[in-house]
Structure formats: C-alpha cells, structure tokens
Design a protein around this ligand. Structure first.
Ligand code: PSV
Ligand code: MN
Ligand code: MN
Length: 426
C-alpha cells in the first residue's frame, strides 16, 4: 500500500482550500435547507465494489496494450484494489471472477484481503469461455445448451463458485451467460429459455439462505442474433420464475443506445427485482468505458431512482459494482476516478428537492420538474466528496496523490512482465 504519511502530506497541502470551498458550499446549501455535513456523511457511507478483472489493462479483439507493473495474480490485484480504496475511500470490496481469479487457498486470500481492509462482494461465474481440461464446450451455450453435459458442467461450476464465495465471505452470485444464437433459426427461443430456467433453478437450490442470485442481461455479444437473457424483461421473467432471492442486475452498457435505463431501474425496483448494478459508461454498446465519462446525466438519473427508492422506505440493498475495461488508462486511476463519479451521482441525487419535484409532477409542470432535477445536477459537489475522502483517511485528490506516490513505477520493478506481444482480449 502507499505510505499513509504521503497521503497525509498531500492532504495537508490541500485541506485549507477544501475547507474554504466546503464552507461556501455549506452556506449555499443551508439556504435551501440542506445540511452539507449530512451530505458528507452520506458520501462516506457510499461504496461500490471493484471488479477483479478491471485491474489489468483491458483490450479489444484487435489488440491489448499492457501497461507497466500489471498485477499477475489475484494477490497483486487485491493489493491494487487496496490502493484504490486507500486513496479514494469508496471501494472497500472486490467482486471476483471465477475461474480467472480462483485462489489456490481461499483462506490465505481472505486473510490477505482482510489485512488490507478489503472484503469480497458478489462472485461472478464464467461459463462463456471454455477452460483447459473441461469435458464439454460452451461453444453453443452453457446453462441453456442443448447438450445436457454442457448444462450440467455449467451448473456445477456455478455451485463451486457459490462454495468458494462462502469461504470468502461473499453473499451473492452474479450469473451472466453469453448463450444465444448467431443465425435466425439456429435455436428455438422457447426451448432454449426453458433449459436456461431449469439449469438456473438447480443453481438456485444450492444458494445459501442469506445469499442473492443476480441475473445480468445483455442485448448482444458474443451472440449477435439472439441472446437468452437479452433484456430486463427476460431477466425479470427468469428472476421471478427462479425464486424470491433471485433478482436482476443492470449493467449500464448492456442496452441499445438511448434506451431509458433509469426507467428500467424504476420498474425493477417497483416490483422488488432490482438486485444490483455493473456501473460503466458507453457510447455505442458494451464499451465498458469509465463510469460517468460519456453520459454523467444518465448516471445521475439512475441514482435519482435509487435515492427515491431508498426514501420510499421499501427494502433496498442493491449490489453496486464497477464493470469497466481500461484500455488506454492506468486501471488504478480509472477505478479511483470512476468510483468517485458514481459517488458524485449519488450525492447529487441526494440533493434533489423531492417534495418540490413531486408537487411539480402533480401540477403537470414539466419545466419546473426538470429544472428541479437540474438544480441538483448542476451543483458542484466536489467539496463534499473531497471532505468525505479527507475524513475517511483517503486523499483529497486521489489521482494526484497516486501519481506522486510512484506506486505504478514500483510495480513495474516488482512485477516484471513476461516479454510477449499480446493480442486481443482474454
Ligand atoms: C459481460 O459483457 C460482462 O458485463 C459480464 O458482467 C461479465 O462478467 C464481464 O462483462 C466480463 O468481462
Ligand atoms: Mn457486466
Ligand atoms: Mn459487459
């Protein structure tokens, strides 16, 4: 981890300015009856999980351009996650992808993470790739495959992931399958979905009582004609059929361009099936760009629904995770920055005058209703985020502190990479 003394010195240089900015913002918020300190407390309570698969440089199917000092195993990934959390103070947990990050000794991994104040979030299974020595191929599907052997293998894998997650203190399984078809006629939609439901129910039977199962939908890719769980409708149907502890996971990049994702969130929430999120941003498809980098207003509108749900007093505990691929940036920097962008959307959504909004809605006043949302969105809440990080022991400007620490350069020395010309995504 980074020497905490460095973080402290960084903060000492900036704290006076932050206090001034925070005082000015507090006065401004007090005029509309908002307590800025209460907002700092909310920001401090916010957390989003880090994806274990997001610490190395990503890639496309054309190429991958690795950076220096990439983590070579799950322990080094956990170390990098701990640095992201040390500086950004918003990411205390890690979502593991299995078998990419299967530890040979789970208790050793748990101990290593705990020593660094990190814990494990939802577990991800992987039946979208074949593994060495596995008897059945997923080429034509996994949980929905026409091949019984492939289905059984996929079920067994998901159960193994649950068992591993129990050893690591996780409490959720995220299931995303690439199953689908590339040609009209290739698969019978109904029979394929029936097989998926049957398999997924078998996995659900192995789910511990205090666990959740999250179904992640995706419009296309790797299947380009039809996908078994292609949208929130299929996901909702499946989650409803499977059981009470099964819910839907919304990955922001898994929709057609311009789809109203915030309304999907509201619908799922209204019917008790909103299970969690994979946050990222996109311009065209499943781009896995950094959260808030393309459409921060959409992220804010999603959080408007989430805060609304929280305020409604209904049971509410969705899993929040980042799911990004960092092709041209240092993954640590992207994850620090992205987590703060998600936190920013949460804080801004918390500032919406909900009473006024409801009144404008009931009065059919669209101009003032949207202006009420914009009033919160247009506020610069950076002093609240900075104060939250400062009070939590993080860095006021975490990316600057990270660069000054020389962590990446040290990793470049400690983690010599094998000399290979890497090609596309793994
Ligand atoms: C699929 O595109 C996905 O969003 C799922 O969450 C997978 O687990 C992850 O990406 C793999 O990179
Ligand atoms: Mn995802
Ligand atoms: Mn994706």
């Amino acid at each position: 981890m980074i020497d905490q003394q460095l973080v402290q010195e960084h903060n000492e240089r900036l704290v006076t300015g932050v206090e001034d900015d925070f005082a000015a913002l507090s006065v401004k918020l007090a005029r509309v009856g908002v307590d800025a300190d209460a907002m700092v407390a909310r920001a401090k309570g916010f957390a989003v999980a880090l994806p274990s698969w997001g610490l190395g440089t990503g890639g496309t199917r054309f190429a991958r351009f690795p950076g220096p000092g990439e983590p070579r195993n799950i322990f080094e990934k956990v170390s990098d996650c701990a640095v992201v959390h040390q500086l950004g103070a918003a990411t205390p947990t890690i979502s593991l992808h299995i078998p990419w990050d299967t530890p040979s000794d789970p208790s050793e991994l748990l101990g290593f993470a705990t020593e660094r104040d990190m814990a494990f979030d939802a577990m991800n299974s992987n039946t979208f790739q074949d593994q060495l020595d596995q008897p059945h191929s997923y080429k034509y599907g996994s949980l929905s495959s026409a091949d019984k052997g492939a289905r059984e293998q996929a079920i067994a894998h998901n159960i193994e992931v649950i068992e591993l997650g129990q050893k690591l203190g996780s409490s959720a399984l995220t299931v995303w399958v690439g199953d689908g078809s590339n040609f009209p006629g290739q698969q019978d939609f109904t029979r394929t979905f029936e097989r998926y439901l049957e398999s997924t129910k078998s996995v659900y039977q192995a789910l511990p009582d205090d666990w959740k199962m999250l179904l992640e939908h995706k419009i296309f890719e790797p299947a380009f004609y039809s996908t078994v769980i292609q949208d929130w409708g299929s996901s909702y149907l499946a989650a409803t059929e499977i059981g009470q502890r099964c819910a839907c996971l919304v990955d922001l990049g898994h929709h057609a361009p311009n789809v109203n994702i915030e309304m999907i969130v509201a619908r799922l929430a209204q019917f008790g099936k909103l299970g969690g999120f994979h946050f990222n941003d996109s311009k065209y498809g499943d781009d896995d760009l950094d959260s808030g980098s393309i459409n921060p207003y959409q992220l804010f509108l999603v959080f408007n629904e989430l805060v609304n749900l929280e305020m409604s007093g209904r049971p509410f505990s969705p899993f929040y995770m980042l799911d990004q691929s960092h092709n041209v940036t240092d993954p640590i920097e992207s994850l620090i920055y992205s987590a703060a962008e998600v936190q920013r959307a949460f804080v801004k959504a918390s500032l919406i005058d909900r009473e006024a909004l409801a009144a404008f809605q009931d009065d059919n006043d669209p101009m003032m209703a949207q202006a009420t949302l914009k009033a919160a969105y247009n506020l610069d809440v950076e002093p609240i985020l900075q104060m939250a990080r400062y009070q939590s022991g993080g860095a006021i400007d975490p990316v600057i502190a990270y660069r000054a620490s020389g962590y990446r350069a040290q990793c470049g020395i400690d983690r010599p990479a094998a000399k290979t010309l890497s090609s596309g995504i793994v």
